[in-house]
Structures are given as structure tokens and as C-alpha cells.
Design a protein around this ligand. Structure first.
Ligand code: NDP
Ligand code: OXD
Length: 308
């Protein structure tokens, strides 16, 4: 039996070397060279083509190669099997580094200072202290909670919004649609770490932006389809928002004609906030294969009805 592997990145060779070291007996078939489809019993994949996974009659479980699973659920023919995702210390740390970096950049007004430098302008801007700045994190799950904790350690006032109430030390938790406006009304730096589901698609829209304090900024590290792009541009142009840092986009790679590339109030990065590190993730893949074969519950399964 064999593991189907499809990575969306240039890291395939690294994965194969790690598989060889950590699981030398495991047969890994790299898509599209899959051989006899009946011999594949597990799939570890990123962005499989819709319809691809139904071609494997003996598949027992589907492992997302990332923390997100929306790339799987976009497939209307996804086999009705257990789906797991990555929960991993290195993925979390990388995301937290990115979020802290961008929040500090917004807090310390780096985009404004960079603009002043281009004009050779020497001018100190009014700078609130971290405890006078509220960071709102949408999605207080594995990644949101860790980023939030590190921002608390830096002295920020951190609040979080999730579907259900959370207990995270020193982070005030808001939950559900009923508490969204109260959360947004305080979020001077809004960080989106929600999964993409039918309930969260387009959530970063004109209404949401209008509820934020004037001059707030946005860090979107979740998915591009959370953002209504024309609403974001309008909020930046009207100065309701001062800046947006975007790591994820509806269409990736971001097309050259996208207005985000050249917008003076937008920072673009190429979906690099974090990624799955084979050094620490292969062991959970191997363990889940063992569990599935033994009929035991899998690690990090997602709720198929909720979509995350
Ligand atoms: P989790 O599943 O651990 O956390 C998701 C959070 O979102 C939970 O707090 C959940 O609330 C909340 N949530 C879900 N639906 C709603 C809703 N309708 N209303 C309010 N809150 C909601 O996910 P992770 O933290 O591990 O990952 C988050 C996302 O980050 C991934 O799905 C992926 O899209 C993105 N990501 C991006 C990367 C990048 O490089 N840019 C890298 C890795 C991940 P509750 O717990 O109450 O259900
Ligand atoms: C993920 C991602 O979901 O890299 O892991 O976007």
C-alpha cells in the first residue's frame, strides 16, 4: 500500500528526503506519477484537482498538507472519508513570527516612515504605547491563540473573536455574530486567522471595515476569499483603513494586473506567512496511518459539517 503525495510548493524534494529518513519503509507516490490507483490507501495533499481523490478506490483517509482544509472541500466529489489537518509547533511558530512582525510594523507606523523616507522627510509621528493599542484577532484557534499570547507578552491589549467562547489568558474573548460589532469596534489592528468556510467567506467586507476604528489596519493571513477586494480598496482610499498587509489572495499567484501590487497602502507577500515543515509533521502522518489501519481515532481531524 502507498501514500499519495501532492505538494503545491517547491519543497517536494525536501519531503521525499525526510520520508526516506523518518519512514524508510513507506512507499510514497508523488502526483501525478501515481501508478496503480488501487494501491494508494492514504493521501497527503495540497490543492488536489477537483475529482482527483475519488479515483482511489481504497483510500482510507485524506490528510491536508496544511492547517487549512478549504482546498479539499472545494472538491464536490471529495470522498466521504476522515479528513485531518496539520497542527504543528513549527507551523505555529512561523505564523506567530509573521503576525508579530506585521502587527509591530503597523503599530510602529513603518509604512508611514517608509513613505516619509521616500520624500526625505524627517518627522517623528505620535506613537501610542503597546498597552494603548488593541489588536483584534479573528479566529482564536491554534494559530490565533498563539499569536495573541505572544502579542500579550509584548504588552498589547489583545481581543479575540471566534465561533465559541475561549479561555486564553489576558485575551478577552468575543464569540458569534452577536458579539462581532463589539469586537470590531475596538480592533485598531485586525488580524484575520479564520478558516475559509461558507460562514466566513467575504467576511472582510465594507460593513466590517466601517465598524473598525477610523485608521485601523488589517493583516490577512487566512485566505484571500475572506476579503471583498473592491471593498478593501475603497476602505483604504477613503482612509477608513490606513494599511493592509495581505499574504493570501483569491487568485494565487496574485495576477500582475491586481491593484494590490502597486497600492501605496498595501503590503503584499506571496502566501509565505507559514508552511508545513516535514521535519516535524511526518511523524503525525505516519501515526495517523497506523491509527486508521488499527481503527483508532485520528489526530487533528476536522469537522466535515463545519468545514474546518
Ligand atoms: P483553527 O481551526 O485552530 O482555528 C479556527 C478559529 O476560527 C477557531 O477559533 C474557530 O472558532 C474560528 N471560527 C471558525 N469559524 C468561525 C465563524 N463562523 N465565526 C467565528 N469564528 C470562527 O485553525 P488554525 O488556527 O490552525 O488556522 C487558521 C487558518 O489559518 C487556516 O484555516 C488557514 O486558512 C490559515 N493559514 C494560513 C497560512 C499562511 O501561510 N498564510 C498558514 C497556515 C494556516 P471555534 O474554535 O469556536 O470553532
Ligand atoms: C495552510 C497554508 O493552510 O499554508 O497551512 O495556507
Amino acid at each position: 500500500m502507498a501514500l499519495l503525495f501532492k505538494s503545491g510548493s517547491t519543497r517536494t524534494q525536501w519531503w521525499l528526503e525526510e520520508f526516506k529518513t523518518q519512514a524508510p519503509d513507506l512507499e510514497v507516490r508523488v502526483w501525478p506519477e501515481v501508478g496503480n490507483t488501487a494501491e494508494i490507501d492514504f493521501a497527503l495533499v495540497w490543492l488536489p484537482e477537483p475529482g482527483e481523490l475519488k479515483r482511489y478506490p481504497n483510500l482510507k483517509a485524506i490528510f491536508s498538507l496544511g492547517a487549512g482544509v478549504d482546498h479539499l472541500f472545494r472538491d464536490p466529489d471529495l470522498p466521504k472519508l476522515p479528513v485531518t489537518r496539520v497542527v504543528d509547533v513549527n507551523l505555529t511558530r512561523r505564523m506567530t513570527e509573521y503576525v508579530v512582525l506585521q502587527v509591530l510594523r503597523h503599530h510602529r507606523q513603518s509604512p508611514a516612515y517608509e513613505e516619509q523616507q521616500r520624500r526625505s522627510q524627517w518627522q517623528e509621528l505620535k506613537q501610542p504605547a503597546a498597552d494603548q493599542r488593541t489588536v483584534g484577532i479573528m479566529g482564536l484557534g491554534v494559530l490565533g491563540a498563539d499569536s495573541g499570547e505572544k502579542l500579550v507578552n509584548l504588552g498589547f491589549n489583545v481581543i479575540g473573536w471566534s465561533r465559541t467562547k475561549k479561555q486564553v489568558a489576558k485575551i478577552k474573548s468575543y464569540a458569534g455574530t452577536a458579539e462581532l460589532d463589539a469586537f470590531l469596534g475596538q480592533s485598531e489592528i485586525l488580524v484575520c486567522l479564520l478558516p475559509l468556510t461558507r460562514d466566513t467567506e467575504d467576511i472582510l467586507n465594507a460593513r466590517t471595515f466601517a465598524k473598525l476604528p477610523r485608521g485601523a489596519s488589517l493583516v490577512n493571513v487566512a485566505r484571500g476569499a475572506h476579503v471583498v477586494e473592491s471593498d478593501l480598496i475603497a476602505a483604504l482610499d477613503s482612509e477608513q483603513l490606513s494599511h493592509a498587509t495581505l499574504d493570501v489572495f483569491r487568485k494565487e499567484p496574485l495576477p500582475p494586473e491586481s491593484p494590490f501590487w502597486l497600492h501605496p497602502k498595501v503590503t503584499v507577500t506571496p502566501h509565505c506567512a507559514s508552511y508545513t515543515d516535514p521535519r516535524t509533521v511526518i511523524s503525525q502522518v505516519v501515526e495517523n496511518m497506523r491509527r486508521a489501519r488499527a481503527g483508532e481515532p485520528l489526530l487533528h481531524t476536522v469537522d466535515i459539517t463545519l468545514g474546518y
